[in-house]
Write a protein of this length. Structure first.
Lengths: 199, 82
């Protein structure tokens, strides 16, 4: 499999699935428009360590220090411990160098999973959009931050997704956890992000 | 005889409907609990839900907080403390 295209497909599948799932069947409330109460987790990170976005930086290993070795142990880091009786996320048998994903199946599962409700899917989609906007602004030089700082909201978002899925849909949670680094690989590369963002 | 059979069928149907409604209610509570948590707001579990419209709810939380959870005109899910 072409690695780059594979990764791109993974990200596209995940984002498209979240978008589709979030939008499916969602009608806007009759309530008059109001400002979002709490942008919460996806609020822009502190802009202390500003650095200009460059393709060199983008291509640099983004997760050298902050990256977690999640590929081996999905859904473990930072996630609230599952209840004792709950089905635990099965540890991947292989050491998962590259995620061996059936992308079509992953996309379908994300769209159809009953583990996440419609409002939750839409809320996640909002947060995915916010994160993509941050990356877009970063690459356009409008957001003074670093890739290392952008890694935090990315990790947080993945953890939220995993914590929502791990008990009710452990297989899907494991698949997403295994795709985490591949997705980050796309987001942290200006060129690959641009091709994702544009198409 | 026929009357008894009809009553039994009616009772079964009512039980099925009630069970489905309870399942729906639990699903909405779980959904709203996740939404509020995703917004980083305190709640614990949603214990009671009042439906105001499509994707428009008042959620009462275990910790006493109450939120108006709805989808705004921009398509964003909003949880407003009441």
């Amino acid at each position: 499999m072409n690695f780059s295209e594979g990764n791109r497909a993974i990200v596209a599948a995940l984002l498209a699935a979240l978008l589709a799932a979030g939008c499916a069947g969602v009608k806007q409330s009759a309530t008059p428009s109001a400002p979002a109460a709490a942008p919460a987790a996806t609020a822009p990170p502190p802009q202390a360590a500003a650095s200009p976005p460059s393709s060199d930086q983008a291509a640099a290993k983004p997760a050298a220090k902050t990256a977690a070795p999640e590929a081996k142990a999905p859904a473990k880091p930072g996630v609230a411990p599952p209840p004792p009786s709950a089905k635990a996320v099965p540890a991947p048998a292989a050491k998962a160098a590259a995620p061996p994903l059936d992308l079509k199946a992953l996309e379908t599962e994300l769209k159809e999973t009953k583990a996440i409700g419609v409002m939750t899917k839409l809320s996640l989609k909002n947060q995915v959009d916010d994160l993509l906007s941050q990356f877009r602004a970063f690459y356009q030089g409008k957001l003074k931050t670093t890739l290392a700082e952008l890694r935090r909201p990315f990790d947080l978002l993945v953890l939220k997704l995993l914590s929502l899925l791990q008990d009710s849909d452990p297989t899907l949670a494991a698949a997403i956890a295994a795709s985490r680094e591949a997705i980050w690989g796309i987001l942290s590369d200006r060129t690959r992000f641009a091709s994702l963002d544009g198409g | 005889m026929n009357t008894r059979a009809s009553l039994a069928a009616l009772a079964v149907a009512a039980a099925v409907v009630a069970s489905a409604a309870a399942a729906d209610d639990a699903t909405v509570k779980k959904d709203l609990t996740a939404v509020i948590a995703l917004q980083g707001l305190p709640c614990g579990q949603v214990t009671e839900v009042r439906t105001l419209g499509d994707n428009d709810y008042i959620a009462s939380c275990q910790d006493g907080n109450r939120y108006h959870v709805f989808v705004n005109a921009q398509g964003r899910v909003v949880a407003q403390k009441q």
